[in-house]
Design a protein around this ligand. Sequence first.
Ligand SMILES: CC(C)(COP(=O)(O)OP(=O)(O)OC[C@H]1O[C@@H](n2cnc3c(N)ncnc32)[C@H](O)[C@@H]1OP(=O)(O)O)[C@@H](O)C(=O)NCCC(=O)NCCS
Length: 192
Amino acid sequence: MLFFTATHMRKIFDVLQLTRKRLERYSIWEHLKGIWFSRHFAEHGIIVVTGRGMFPKVFNNGGKMYAENCQFYEGVRLEIGKGAVLRIGNGTYLNRNTLIVAETSIVIGKNCRIAWDVVIMDSDLHPIPGKVMEIKPVVLEDDVWIGCRSIILKGVHIGSGAIIGAGSVVTKDVPANAIIGGVPAQVISFRK
Ligand SMILES: CC(C)(COP(=O)(O)OP(=O)(O)OC[C@H]1O[C@@H](n2cnc3c(N)ncnc32)[C@H](O)[C@@H]1OP(=O)(O)O)[C@@H](O)C(=O)NCCC(=O)NCCS
């Protein structure tokens, strides 16, 4: 019985420690905004919303969104098509004004850093005349860093640890740990 009580005390202590650590990083207000924003997700961890600009927006036409413990900055916009899925892994943040348009599937791994004004889309949204419009899933593996104002286009798979230089247009798969940049993006080097 004493052991049972001690275990519970330990658990309460751990939760309080975790809460203290989280509040050192994000304010109660940022957590409250996160709770309000998390209503859009089918499953979610602890979500925080930071920044003072426009509250993140979701336009969900019948898809599903899942996020673990994530941070969303002001002005983020998520557009989810019918039957589409958006997954965002633990520890990932989407910086301000990032736009994600999912028509089938966009999966973002753990601890990814998505800078401001990034666009990620899994379709072109309009067909090229005479061609069938392609809709192809996009995957960002863990620890990917996307520089500001980059665009990730349909079908791209970005390997873990890759760095996408600012202003890149990514049209092809990116190997793990590659540093890429340009329009269209090319490999510059590899992380050591
Ligand atoms: C990609 C990046 C990380 C590379 O940094 P770095 O290793 O210091 O690179 P360097 O400045 O030494 O440049 C190496 C080469 O890559 C090129 N390069 C660097 N960034 C580039 C980019 N965004 N697009 C195209 N080419 C780029 C350089 O011109 C240089 O080419 P050269 O060897 O032919 O002269 C950096 O340039 C970058 O784009 N950072 C993004 C910053 C950002 O968006 N932050 C947002 C906050 S989260």
